[in-house]
Write a protein that binds this ligand. Structure first.
Ligand code: G
Ligand code: G
Ligand code: NA
Ligand code: MN
Length: 254
């Protein structure tokens, strides 16, 4: 696979770019935070989705270097938004399995936060259930260590894998993101709607904030407000966009 060789050069060649997708508070309608989403702008093939290159990067191990770049970039962006006085905006980054298992991941996060001088509460780390499952004991310890620094922990795509209530009970989670497949079907199907309601109630009972991802239409948004889901994210509000475009968004919406 040709891409494999090129991927290892991409960081050096500055071919990566972060996009940001806003999350909104359902009570105020304001931006609550941003999810940082990686894009690879290949000189020949154009934008390549993380779906296509993250698994590859996991395999080759270049995910570590890429992940470090993402972390740095996100922290710099937090600092940038903060210093522009626009908003004190939290940013979440996604961690893959190998990143979370990596030795020294906690100190890497800690060092980057210190170097950039941001408030650690403004950084969130998103991990899917399947990523958490890789090595449960180690994962729990790592997440506790990250939380101790002040970073917020998000469980992403919740409801799609084993969805063990054990995770919600034993893992130090701050935010739970309901997978977009339930949001997609919630208007038409009672069962999906009930799952959404259940996750919102359970998450909030456990003291977590609940986010619905993949919100694409008004009816979904209306229901989510009715069920008192804390935050929403999706194409209805904005797709992932470059940081410069987000600035404009802040001024409009907040
Ligand atoms: O942004 P998009 O929908 O194309 O993302 C596709 C997938 O890639 C999602 O599952 C998302 O979580 C993942 N992804 C996006 N950015 C990053 C990143 O910086 N690191 C990791 N590990 N995964 C990412
Ligand atoms: O796995 P994760 O939840 O991190 O994936 C994030 C991806 O979801 C991003 O790549 C983004 O492009 C995509 N996404 C964001 N909003 C929507 C939406 O409303 N509908 C769909 N289908 N995808 C979305
Ligand atoms: Na995510
Ligand atoms: Mn998700």
């Amino acid at each position: 696979y040709v891409l494999m060789a090129e991927l290892s050069k991409a960081t050096l060649n500055h071919e990566f770019q972060m996009f940001y997708q806003p999350l909104f508070d359902t009570k105020t309608g304001r931006i609550s935070s941003m999810e940082a989403l990686l894009r690879w702008k290949h000189p020949v093939y154009g934008y390549i989705s993380p779906y296509d290159f993250i698994p590859l990067a996991e395999e080759t191990g270049s995910i570590i270097e890429i992940g470090q770049w993402v972390l740095k970039e996100a922290c710099n962006q937090i600092k940038d938004w903060q210093s522009q006085g626009i908003y004190s905006c939290a940013v979440s980054i996604n961690f893959s399995a190998r990143q979370l298992q990596q030795e020294g991941v906690v100190s890497a996060v800690k060092d980057t936060i210190q170097e950039t001088g941001i408030d650690s509460h403004l950084l969130k780390i998103e991990v899917t259930e399947s990523v958490m499952m890789v090595n449960v004991e180690t994962t729990i310890n790592t997440l506790y260590d990250l939380k101790e620094i002040g970073v917020q922990i998000v469980i992403d795509d919740f409801g799609t894998y084993y969805s063990s209530l054990q995770y919600l009970k034993n893992f130090p989670l701050d935010i739970i993101k309901i997978d977009r497949c339930f949001i997609r079907d919630m208007v038409e199907h009672t069962k999906d709607r009930e799952v959404v309601k259940m996750i919102i109630d359970l998450g909030q009972q456990f003291g977590m904030k609940v986010v619905a991802e993949g919100v694409e239409n008004d009816e979904q948004y209306r229901m989510l407000k009715e069920y008192q889901c804390d935050e929403v994210q999706g194409y209805l509000f904005s797709k992932p966009i470059p940081a410069e475009e987000v600035n404009h968004f802040f001024i409009q919406r907040s």
